[in-house]
Design a protein around this ligand. Sequence first.
Ligand code: PLP
Length: 410
Amino acid sequence: MTPAPPRTRPLAEHDRPEFDPIPEWSGVTTSLIHGARRPERNAGAVVPPIYQTSTFQYPEAFSDAGPGGKVYHYTRVGNPSHEVPAELVRRLEGAEGARVFASGMGAISATLLTFLSAGDEVVALEDLYGGTIEILTDLLPRLGIRVRWVRADAAGEPEKVIGSATRAVVLESPTNPLLRVIDLKRWTEAADRAGALTIVDNTFATPVNQRPLALRADLVVHSGTKYMGGHADLMAGLVAGPERLLERIDATHRVVGAVLDPFAAFLLARGLRTLGLRMARHNENGRAVSAAAEGHRNVVHVNYPGSGSDEDERVAARQMTGRGGIVSIEVRGGLAGAERFLRNLEIIEVAPSLGGVESLASLPVQTSHRYLAPSERAARGIGDGLVRLSLGIEEPEDLVRDVRQALDGL
Ligand SMILES: *Cc1c(COP(=O)(O)O)cnc(C)c1O
């Protein structure tokens, strides 16, 4: 009798493949284009294929499958399509490793749930993304985790708020919607001394403009939905940092299940290839529009990274290589003025979110900060006339013209 054929192909073909090395001297865009190649595994395809599958054949040795195993097993635990955008972001952030998630909130919640336990304290900036604030105010306290809030204008002395009970520090810079710059190095040093983890949400800056790990942050989290995807057509999240921490997050991620769909992973990798080019234009457009709005008769105040104070400018110059494409403008006439400004816009679209190729405008009073009492908003410097602009990659002169005519018409 002839023996039964093996159930699957030999194990070696299933082994999780490495990516081809690229020269160390590769720049940002070169790395994004060539940094996740493994064509010999993919029929020579220059563009990595989408592994649109939920499950994988078991190898002959079952022990090689599953979490931490050598082979793919089930997409909630791992899929080759996830590894392409993760590898690109790993390189860009200068990290040992990176992981992808179904959304920025999936990445942030899995990270916080991994490292925090009952009795721990978190120190968090008041100006964090709204979803992160909700986790910190609604979910974590139910699990016995305390949060100590820090106002951005009091963020200059982290030593005073980080204590022996502090397990983690959660930061964002530049902040939303006032674009204040937080001295990340000063915070990571204070957190290190207290033995606390520093988690930095780098969504606004992107690693093209700012690399928190080089400033000694422990973990960087991202909404990949924004600049990294870059085209407002997908949801994704990322975490980058040392493998010893990522492996602990993997255990949470597997069961929390915020898993990126393989097709979205493909789109994310496609968006990432042009991140360097796009950020150069976003930076240019942020500079041009903030300069054009500054001093306009219908503008009360312009917020742009580095514009808050001399100290803001010093820190921004030190830790950022570009200032990004988000600008917020307080227009005359309060909420009515801001609503009129939005109606006057001809190119810039009125929508929440940020980081896409198209310019968008929204009112923090109606979006990110709608749950705060007006007095709380005022105390934080968020006026009713504040408009947040996410400048896309259109020609700078067109955006300047659109913003100018909308301001003229107030
Ligand atoms: C959008 C955003 C998030 C949340 O990401 P999702 O992809 O929407 O879940 C987190 N942080 C910042 C700074 C964001 O802008």
